[in-house]
Design a binder for this molecule. Sequence first.
Ligand code: BTN
Length: 266
Amino acid sequence: MTRVPSRLERFDVVDSTQRIVAAWLASGTPEVAVAVADVQEQGRGRQGRSWTAPPGSGLLVSFGFTPDWLDPSHAWRLGAIVALAMLDAAEDEAGLRDGALGLKWPNDLVHERPQPVEGGHGDLLKLAGVLGESTLRGERLSTVVVGIGVNVDWAAAGFPAELATTMTSLREASGGRPVDRDALLDAALARLEARYESLRSGRFDSAAWSLRQRTTGREVEVAVGGATLRGIASGVDPETGALLVETAAGTQAIDSGEVVRCRVVG
Ligand code: BTN
Protein backbone atom coordinates (compact mmCIF):
# COMPACT_ATOMS: atom_id res chain seq x y z
CA MET A 1 0.00 0.00 0.00
CA THR A 2 1.44 3.39 -1.01
CA ARG A 3 1.60 5.96 1.79
CA VAL A 4 -0.63 8.94 1.08
CA PRO A 5 0.98 11.21 2.12
CA SER A 6 4.60 10.04 2.52
CA ARG A 7 5.48 13.63 3.40
CA LEU A 8 3.20 16.60 3.95
CA GLU A 9 4.34 20.16 4.57
CA ARG A 10 2.27 23.30 4.98
CA PHE A 11 3.74 26.66 3.95
CA ASP A 12 2.52 30.22 4.49
CA VAL A 13 4.02 31.61 1.27
CA VAL A 14 5.78 29.79 -1.57
CA ASP A 15 6.44 30.45 -5.23
CA SER A 16 4.54 27.35 -6.36
CA THR A 17 3.74 24.08 -4.60
CA GLN A 18 4.35 22.41 -7.97
CA ARG A 19 8.00 23.46 -7.91
CA ILE A 20 8.45 22.36 -4.31
CA VAL A 21 7.05 18.88 -4.84
CA ALA A 22 8.97 18.40 -8.10
CA ALA A 23 12.20 19.28 -6.24
CA TRP A 24 11.38 16.84 -3.41
CA LEU A 25 10.82 13.99 -5.88
CA ALA A 26 14.01 14.87 -7.77
CA SER A 27 15.98 14.57 -4.52
CA GLY A 28 14.51 11.17 -3.66
CA THR A 29 11.43 11.86 -1.51
CA PRO A 30 9.10 8.89 -2.01
CA GLU A 31 5.55 9.25 -3.30
CA VAL A 32 2.98 10.55 -2.47
CA ALA A 33 4.59 13.83 -1.37
CA VAL A 34 2.23 16.70 -0.63
CA ALA A 35 2.87 20.44 -0.30
CA VAL A 36 0.15 22.91 0.71
CA ALA A 37 0.43 26.68 0.73
CA ASP A 38 -1.73 29.53 1.91
CA VAL A 39 -0.29 31.89 -0.70
CA GLN A 40 1.58 31.27 -3.95
CA GLU A 41 3.56 34.09 -5.52
CA GLN A 42 4.02 32.25 -8.82
CA GLY A 43 1.07 29.86 -8.88
CA ARG A 44 0.93 28.00 -12.18
CA GLY A 45 -2.19 27.26 -14.21
CA ARG A 46 -2.70 25.23 -17.37
CA GLN A 47 -1.35 26.42 -20.71
CA GLY A 48 1.21 28.73 -19.09
CA ARG A 49 -1.45 30.74 -17.28
CA SER A 50 -1.04 31.87 -13.67
CA TRP A 51 -3.18 30.88 -10.67
CA THR A 52 -3.81 33.33 -7.86
CA ALA A 53 -5.94 33.31 -4.72
CA PRO A 54 -6.03 35.76 -1.80
CA PRO A 55 -4.59 34.60 1.57
CA GLY A 56 -6.97 32.33 3.47
CA SER A 57 -9.25 31.76 0.48
CA GLY A 58 -8.00 28.62 -1.23
CA LEU A 59 -6.69 25.12 -0.84
CA LEU A 60 -3.51 25.19 -2.94
CA VAL A 61 -1.92 21.77 -2.97
CA SER A 62 0.37 19.59 -5.07
CA PHE A 63 0.65 15.79 -4.99
CA GLY A 64 3.89 14.17 -6.20
CA PHE A 65 3.83 10.66 -7.68
CA THR A 66 6.57 8.38 -9.03
CA PRO A 67 4.41 6.08 -11.18
CA ASP A 68 6.99 4.19 -13.26
CA TRP A 69 4.38 1.40 -13.58
CA LEU A 70 1.87 3.67 -15.36
CA ASP A 71 1.86 3.86 -19.15
CA PRO A 72 2.76 7.47 -20.09
CA SER A 73 -0.37 7.60 -22.27
CA HIS A 74 -2.36 7.22 -19.04
CA ALA A 75 -0.54 9.92 -17.02
CA TRP A 76 -3.69 12.09 -17.34
CA ARG A 77 -5.49 9.59 -15.08
CA LEU A 78 -3.54 10.93 -12.09
CA GLY A 79 -5.12 14.35 -12.67
CA ALA A 80 -8.49 12.64 -12.97
CA ILE A 81 -8.19 10.75 -9.66
CA VAL A 82 -7.05 13.90 -7.86
CA ALA A 83 -10.07 15.77 -9.28
CA LEU A 84 -12.48 12.97 -8.32
CA ALA A 85 -11.03 12.66 -4.80
CA MET A 86 -11.33 16.41 -4.26
CA LEU A 87 -14.81 16.55 -5.75
CA ASP A 88 -16.17 13.90 -3.36
CA ALA A 89 -14.35 15.49 -0.41
CA ALA A 90 -15.68 18.96 -1.30
CA GLU A 91 -19.28 17.75 -1.52
CA ASP A 92 -18.97 16.11 1.90
CA GLU A 93 -17.13 18.91 3.67
CA ALA A 94 -19.38 21.64 2.24
CA GLY A 95 -22.56 19.69 2.99
CA LEU A 96 -23.54 19.54 -0.68
CA ARG A 97 -25.72 16.76 -2.07
CA ASP A 98 -24.04 13.94 -4.05
CA GLY A 99 -23.71 15.12 -7.63
CA ALA A 100 -23.91 18.82 -6.75
CA LEU A 101 -20.42 19.28 -8.19
CA GLY A 102 -19.14 18.05 -11.51
CA LEU A 103 -16.17 18.14 -13.85
CA LYS A 104 -15.69 20.36 -16.84
CA TRP A 105 -13.48 18.39 -19.18
CA PRO A 106 -10.87 17.45 -18.49
CA ASN A 107 -10.67 18.06 -14.77
CA ASP A 108 -11.96 21.47 -13.66
CA LEU A 109 -14.33 21.17 -10.70
CA VAL A 110 -17.55 23.05 -11.43
CA HIS A 111 -20.81 24.01 -9.77
CA GLU A 112 -23.90 24.85 -11.79
CA ARG A 113 -25.17 28.39 -11.33
CA PRO A 114 -28.69 28.35 -9.91
CA GLN A 115 -29.80 31.32 -12.04
CA PRO A 116 -28.34 31.87 -15.54
CA VAL A 117 -26.80 35.34 -16.06
CA GLU A 118 -25.73 37.30 -19.09
CA GLY A 119 -22.08 36.61 -19.93
CA GLY A 120 -22.02 33.27 -18.07
CA HIS A 121 -20.64 30.31 -20.04
CA GLY A 122 -23.17 27.53 -20.00
CA ASP A 123 -23.64 28.37 -16.32
CA LEU A 124 -20.89 26.04 -15.13
CA LEU A 125 -18.87 27.98 -12.59
CA LYS A 126 -15.28 26.96 -11.96
CA LEU A 127 -14.54 25.97 -8.39
CA ALA A 128 -11.11 24.37 -8.85
CA GLY A 129 -8.48 23.76 -11.51
CA VAL A 130 -6.04 20.88 -11.93
CA LEU A 131 -2.55 20.99 -13.44
CA GLY A 132 -0.44 17.91 -14.21
CA GLU A 133 3.30 18.13 -14.92
CA SER A 134 5.33 15.02 -15.68
CA THR A 135 8.88 13.93 -16.39
CA LEU A 136 10.05 10.82 -18.23
CA ARG A 137 13.03 8.53 -17.71
CA GLY A 138 13.57 7.02 -21.12
CA GLU A 139 10.13 5.89 -22.23
CA ARG A 140 8.74 5.46 -18.71
CA LEU A 141 7.14 8.01 -16.43
CA SER A 142 9.51 9.19 -13.74
CA THR A 143 7.52 11.82 -11.82
CA VAL A 144 4.05 13.31 -12.09
CA VAL A 145 3.10 16.33 -9.99
CA VAL A 146 -0.61 17.09 -9.89
CA GLY A 147 -1.63 20.42 -8.41
CA ILE A 148 -5.11 21.55 -7.57
CA GLY A 149 -6.29 24.99 -6.55
CA VAL A 150 -9.70 24.98 -4.88
CA ASN A 151 -11.59 28.19 -4.17
CA VAL A 152 -12.77 27.57 -0.62
CA ASP A 153 -13.48 30.57 1.60
CA TRP A 154 -13.75 33.23 -1.09
CA ALA A 155 -16.79 35.51 -1.16
CA ALA A 156 -18.16 36.44 -4.60
CA ALA A 157 -17.78 40.13 -3.77
CA GLY A 158 -14.00 39.60 -3.83
CA PHE A 159 -13.76 37.68 -7.14
CA PRO A 160 -11.55 39.39 -9.76
CA ALA A 161 -13.80 41.34 -12.18
CA GLU A 162 -12.60 39.42 -15.25
CA LEU A 163 -13.50 36.06 -13.66
CA ALA A 164 -16.59 37.06 -11.69
CA THR A 165 -19.06 35.59 -14.21
CA THR A 166 -17.25 32.26 -14.58
CA MET A 167 -15.91 31.33 -11.13
CA THR A 168 -17.27 30.31 -7.75
CA SER A 169 -16.08 29.00 -4.39
CA LEU A 170 -17.21 26.36 -1.93
CA ARG A 171 -18.44 29.15 0.30
CA GLU A 172 -20.73 30.43 -2.48
CA ALA A 173 -21.81 26.95 -3.62
CA SER A 174 -22.80 25.96 -0.08
CA GLY A 175 -24.69 29.15 0.71
CA GLY A 176 -22.07 30.50 3.11
CA ARG A 177 -21.21 27.37 5.11
CA PRO A 178 -17.63 27.61 6.44
CA VAL A 179 -15.36 24.86 5.11
CA ASP A 180 -12.16 24.02 6.96
CA ARG A 181 -9.28 23.73 4.48
CA ASP A 182 -7.33 21.19 6.57
CA ALA A 183 -10.40 18.98 6.91
CA LEU A 184 -10.99 19.26 3.16
CA LEU A 185 -7.41 18.18 2.47
CA ASP A 186 -7.66 15.24 4.92
CA ALA A 187 -10.90 14.11 3.28
CA ALA A 188 -9.33 14.38 -0.17
CA LEU A 189 -6.19 12.46 0.89
CA ALA A 190 -8.24 9.54 2.23
CA ARG A 191 -10.13 9.29 -1.06
CA LEU A 192 -6.98 9.74 -3.12
CA GLU A 193 -5.27 6.85 -1.33
CA ALA A 194 -8.08 4.49 -2.31
CA ARG A 195 -8.19 5.77 -5.89
CA TYR A 196 -4.40 5.57 -6.27
CA GLU A 197 -4.32 1.98 -5.00
CA SER A 198 -6.99 1.06 -7.53
CA LEU A 199 -5.06 2.70 -10.35
CA ARG A 200 -1.93 0.80 -9.29
CA SER A 201 -3.92 -2.41 -9.51
CA GLY A 202 -4.90 -1.53 -13.07
CA ARG A 203 -8.37 -0.20 -12.31
CA PHE A 204 -9.31 3.33 -13.34
CA ASP A 205 -12.77 4.47 -12.28
CA SER A 206 -13.80 5.42 -15.78
CA ALA A 207 -17.49 5.35 -14.84
CA ALA A 208 -17.09 8.09 -12.22
CA TRP A 209 -14.84 10.15 -14.47
CA SER A 210 -17.29 9.90 -17.38
CA LEU A 211 -20.49 10.35 -15.38
CA ARG A 212 -19.20 13.42 -13.57
CA GLN A 213 -18.46 15.26 -16.82
CA ARG A 214 -20.90 18.18 -17.05
CA THR A 215 -19.57 18.97 -20.51
CA THR A 216 -21.37 15.94 -21.94
CA GLY A 217 -24.48 16.83 -23.95
CA ARG A 218 -23.63 20.53 -24.08
CA GLU A 219 -22.43 22.77 -26.84
CA VAL A 220 -18.73 23.45 -26.50
CA GLU A 221 -16.15 25.63 -28.17
CA VAL A 222 -12.65 24.23 -28.05
CA ALA A 223 -9.52 26.14 -29.00
CA VAL A 224 -6.94 23.67 -30.32
CA GLY A 225 -3.70 25.17 -31.58
CA GLY A 226 -4.77 28.04 -33.85
CA ALA A 227 -8.23 26.64 -34.64
CA THR A 228 -11.57 26.80 -32.85
CA LEU A 229 -13.92 23.87 -33.07
CA ARG A 230 -17.59 24.02 -32.09
CA GLY A 231 -19.98 21.14 -31.57
CA ILE A 232 -21.89 19.04 -29.07
CA ALA A 233 -19.74 17.17 -26.55
CA SER A 234 -20.96 13.58 -26.68
CA GLY A 235 -18.69 12.18 -23.96
CA VAL A 236 -15.13 11.37 -23.04
CA ASP A 237 -12.86 8.46 -23.95
CA PRO A 238 -11.62 6.80 -20.74
CA GLU A 239 -8.79 5.11 -22.64
CA THR A 240 -7.22 8.23 -24.12
CA GLY A 241 -8.77 10.94 -21.92
CA ALA A 242 -10.03 12.72 -25.05
CA LEU A 243 -13.17 14.84 -25.28
CA LEU A 244 -15.52 13.59 -28.01
CA VAL A 245 -17.24 16.35 -29.95
CA GLU A 246 -19.88 15.92 -32.64
CA THR A 247 -19.27 18.41 -35.42
CA ALA A 248 -20.56 18.84 -38.98
CA ALA A 249 -17.44 16.91 -40.06
CA GLY A 250 -18.19 13.95 -37.74
CA THR A 251 -16.91 12.94 -34.31
CA GLN A 252 -13.67 14.63 -33.28
CA ALA A 253 -11.55 13.24 -30.43
CA ILE A 254 -9.74 16.10 -28.75
CA ASP A 255 -6.63 15.48 -26.68
CA SER A 256 -6.42 17.61 -23.53
CA GLY A 257 -2.70 18.26 -24.05
CA GLU A 258 -3.45 20.21 -27.22
CA VAL A 259 -6.33 22.27 -25.87
CA VAL A 260 -5.84 25.93 -25.13
CA ARG A 261 -9.40 26.49 -23.91
CA CYS A 262 -12.65 24.55 -23.63
CA ARG A 263 -15.75 26.67 -23.13
CA VAL A 264 -19.30 25.45 -22.60
CA VAL A 265 -21.46 27.73 -24.72
CA GLY A 266 -24.89 26.15 -24.47
C1 BTN B 1 -5.84 25.57 -14.02
O1 BTN B 1 -5.28 26.36 -14.80
O2 BTN B 1 -7.07 25.43 -14.01
C2 BTN B 1 -5.02 24.74 -13.08
C3 BTN B 1 -4.66 25.50 -11.84
C4 BTN B 1 -3.82 24.72 -10.86
C5 BTN B 1 -3.43 25.55 -9.65
C6 BTN B 1 -2.75 24.74 -8.58
S1 BTN B 1 -2.68 25.60 -7.05
C7 BTN B 1 -1.61 24.40 -6.40
C8 BTN B 1 -0.65 24.02 -7.49
N1 BTN B 1 0.49 24.91 -7.53
C9 BTN B 1 0.53 25.64 -8.64
O3 BTN B 1 1.41 26.48 -8.91
N2 BTN B 1 -0.51 25.34 -9.43
C10 BTN B 1 -1.33 24.30 -8.86
